[in-house]
Every structure is written in C-alpha cells, then in structure tokens.
Design a protein around this ligand. Sequence first.
Ligand code: 5RP
Length: 227
Amino acid sequence: MNLKEIAAASAVKLIKDGQIIGLGTGSTMRYALKEIARRIYEDELEILCVPSSLDTQFLAVESGIPLTTFEEHQSIDIDIDGADEVDRDLNLIKGGGAAHTREKIIARHAKRFVVIVDESKVKNKLSMPVPVEVLPFAWKVAESELKKLKGIPKLRKAESKAGPVITDNGNFVLDVDFGEIRNPKKLEEEINAIAGVIENGIFAGMASEVHVGTKKGVIVKRCTRSE
Ligand code: 5RP
C-alpha cells in the first residue's frame, strides 16, 4: 500500500452502517472509494453517499457505491476528502481537481470532516497558489480584485484542449499565488467577498481530523479548536 492508500483506508474504517457519507475528489479519494466499495461488498456495509464531483460520481456508480443527493439528505455524518496542503493548525488548501466549491459545501454540512493525505502535503504554513472558482462573465474583474489582495492570479488552462478548465459548475478557476499565507481565515473571507468569486480553496478551521499516510504508518492529527 502506498501512503495515500493507507491514509484512505484509515479514514474509511470510521464509517458505520446507516451513515450518510460525503465523498471528496482526487487521487487519494480514489483509494477511499475502492475501500468503501470493498466494505460494501465484503462487510455488507449499508450507507448512502453524496459525491462532490462528476468524476467521483462516475467512479462511485462504476464501483457500486449507492449515491444520494442534498435534496434527500442535508446532513452528512462523515465527509472524507483529500487536500493539496495542510498546515499545523489543520487549515487546508484544496481545489487541485477544481472541485473545491462542492467539496466545501459538503464539508460545511458534515458532522465530521475527515481529511486524507500523504505526508508530502503537510506543511508549517499554507503557501501554494489558492484555487479560486470564478464566474466566466466576471473573471477579468475578479482577477484585478485578487491582484489588489496582493495575489498573482493565473487562469487554469485545460490539459486536453485549448482554453480554460471548466468546473462541474460551468465556471473558470484562477490559481492565485499569495506566497506564505499568514492568516488563512481572513484571506478565505476576503477572496469570497469579491464579486464574481464563487468559492476559494482555503478551508480554514474546517477539518475535524487529518489522516496522514507516513512511511511509519498513519498519523491522525485532530482539531483542538473549541467550537
Ligand atoms: C480536488 C481536491 C483534492 O482533494 C486535492 O486536489 C487532492 O488531490 P489528490 O488526492 O489527487 O492529491 O481538492 O478539488
């Protein structure tokens, strides 16, 4: 098992019969989907899941994982998702797969938000470019406003075709370099206050726990906030 896989397996162990599970997006999450499918078939685990992206939705259907929607279930028992960076206070940067808007909605409605990463994602401070989903109509003005926050925005380009990446919600993504982020909560709020911004990839103070796959095994870091 690689480090992403052991982190994913550790989180999937938390799932119990009858729960509503949020499914994140990405390569670490793929291992979690595989393990969830195994538990459904081998342990007869009975759950319903809300997927955060079309990618995850298709993979879940292919794997026989039963899905539901927010129309039917507004409260998620456990949300499992990957991250691109995790700081020592368990603030995250997500959105490498351009799915952070739906991922954040699911995480906000989860009783327990469980993050799965390999040890390369754990940093002292967040510092990678922040993915910002923007309405195509407003992307240029949003870009100017992000520069006023001292960010360096770059429109995310599609790899398999000319033009920008289009999210599952029909929007563009700007990856905005702010250097080392001193106050993730403040920056998260400032970015979201810009007209045309749908959601950004800073998840400040949201993770309940982070399962980190390391060469010595899985380390679980828990939130010590008193909310
Ligand atoms: C998608 C995400 C992913 O969870 C994040 O990019 C981590 O992906 P991976 O597990 O492939 O490293 O936020 O929007």
